[in-house]
Design a protein around this ligand. Sequence first.
Ligand code: BG6
Length: 318
Amino acid sequence: MSMGQYTNLTDPRSELEVVRDWNGVEQVVLRSPRGDYARVSLHGGQVVSWRNDRGEELLFTSSKAVFKPPKAMRGGIPICFPQFGNCGTLERHGFARNRIWALDEEHPPLNHNDNSSKASVDLILKPSEDDLKCWPHCFEFLLRVSLSKNGGLSLVSRVRNVNGKPFSFSFAYHTYLSVSDISEVRIEGLETLDYLDNLIQRKRFTEQGDAITFESEVDRVYVSSPNVIAVLDHEKKRTVVIRKEGLPDIVVWNPWEKKSKTMVDFGDEEYKQMLCVDAAAAERPITLKPGEEWTGKLELSEVPSTNCSGHLDQPGII
Ligand code: BG6
């Protein structure tokens, strides 16, 4: 059993279960009645697995991932907060992904039998003394992760300013999707949008033509994007539909060959099997006055088809 796999034996019928990984960090397992599965680590509040009812993993995890604090493991859905990327004075993507979150005690932490159509867990993060030294803003971050009866995965983040002064932050659900072969994948919904190219000093360009396909390193922030986009995987014959709310941007990242070789926790060839598509507030920070709260939602659902027509028109579920 490798690092990061949970050690407890779980009851495959239970909707919700708390287990521990090899480092003793708690993970919450969510299951749908038809057999979909998600696992959330209290390290980072990071979703580390999302599987459909056929047992197929939909999120990418590197074979070289390190499941040990204080770094976020390479894969799943790390939460980037209070800073996305390097646009600020903090460590890249902020500190939230490297902290141990808590199960939320104030609200019913685990909605076992509330007759809802979802299995959910609520996590909470508050800044430590050390966090306040590098980012002197008191906040409360509530994260609800839910698995619907149809296997849809949703993440709802609520950030509240419990400070005496306003503060600003950027944010992303850094979503590592598992794909068959990056050259067979396309994203629909970002055509004709403006994007900032992180590979060229965040210079602004306008996307041309058709759906986005991949043949080299990509690191872009598509600004003011629609709230529904789709990632189509021809070989796997499946589409992941991404719905978002409160998050204006979509970040698209694939390190390709050269950059992969510089990443110690990422295999040299693994860029072929992953694509990061992040719902984000990256271009413009979000500002909260004292007492104010912000909500950012992500919902991922899998559609077993390569034909995207219609998916982008479906009403949001979140
Ligand atoms: C992307 C950034 O979102 O995350 C990249 O745009 C970065 O520049 C990547 O390399 C991974 O970041 P990290 O800190 O998890 O290695």
